[in-house]
Design a protein around this ligand. Structure first.
Ligand code: ADP
Ligand code: ADP
Length: 225
């Protein structure tokens, strides 16, 4: 049994089928990229895993337990979006601490976790700044910190680099990979960018028109029939 197993997952919006019979798995600590053209259903699939939208049928087994009936909070899954959606009137540290609001931790524990995670994303000296005082890359690192601070069982990244320019994109890509390895965090990364997929992933799941068309290591992406 793999750490994450997605089985026969189906989703439609009204009469429109968004994806069908989705099957894939991820091992603990694995970095899996979901690669496919824009509009093929990647974002919707991630939102279904996070519990932000419902599925029609199928199972999502995380550590052997079906999470489909669970609320987003009870899934313990972190998610980062393309648009970082930080609270503009909160400092970096308040934005990050907000991720913990639901967990009712004592104040000193919150402070300790925020400090740890800001160090991890290399933003310690920016703790007291506001989002408008940061670059795009820094904002996305705050968004990453906000999801990591809850210590999720699974991290979902929905095109987190797309809004950034090329140099910063490469830098943040390396940083995400370093953090993911350091935390041994099972990660599902969505992109339409082949180069990103090839350089980041342990495994690539290729999606097209709502279906998985290939699944293997980066090398096999071009060698399989
Ligand atoms: P991707 O992330 O691969 O670009 P999406 O999952 O965003 O793809 O979208 C897949 C398809 O689902 C698109 O055709 C999109 O228009 C449609 N879609 C996404 N969200 C909704 C929604 N809330 N209602 C209806 N259709 C939607
Ligand atoms: P990196 O991810 O490589 O740190 P950043 O996007 O964080 O790249 O930005 C690179 C540098 O440019 C940072 O040191 C940052 O302070 C500075 N910078 C870029 N844009 C802004 C901005 N709008 N306000 C303040 N500093 C900025």
């Amino acid at each position: 049994m793999s750490y994450l197993e997605v089985k026969q997952l189906n989703k439609s919006y009204g009469p429109t089928q968004i994806f069908q019979q989705i099957d894939f798995s991820a091992e603990e600590g694995e970095f899996v990229t979901l690669l496919g053209p824009s509009g093929c259903g990647k974002s919707t699939l991630l939102r279904c895993l996070a519990g932000l939208t419902s599925v029609d049928s199928g199972q999502i087994l995380l550590q052997s337990k079906d999470i489909v009936p669970l609320s987003p909070q009870n899934r313990h899954i972190g998610m980062v979006f393309q648009s970082y959606a930080l609270f503009p009137n909160m400092t970096v540290e308040k934005n990050v601490a907000f991720g913990l609001k639901m967990q009712k931790l004592p104040g000193h524990e919150v402070q300790q976790r925020v400090t740890e995670v800001l160090a991890l994303v290399e933003l310690t000296e920016f703790a007291r700044r506001y989002p408008h005082q940061l670059s795009g890359g820094q904002c996305q690192r705050v968004a990453l910190a906000r999801s990591l601070v809850t210590r999720p069982r699974l991290l979902l990244l929905d095109e987190p680099l797309s809004a950034l320019d090329a140099r910063i994109r490469r830098h943040l890509r390396d940083q995400i990979r370093r953090i993911q390895k350091e935390l041994k965090l099972t990660t599902l990364f969505v992109t339409h960018d082949q180069e990103e997929a090839l350089t980041l992933s342990d495994r690539i799941v290729l999606m097209n028109r709502g279906k998985i068309v290939q699944n293997g290591d980066a090398e096999s992406l071009y060698t399989q029939p």
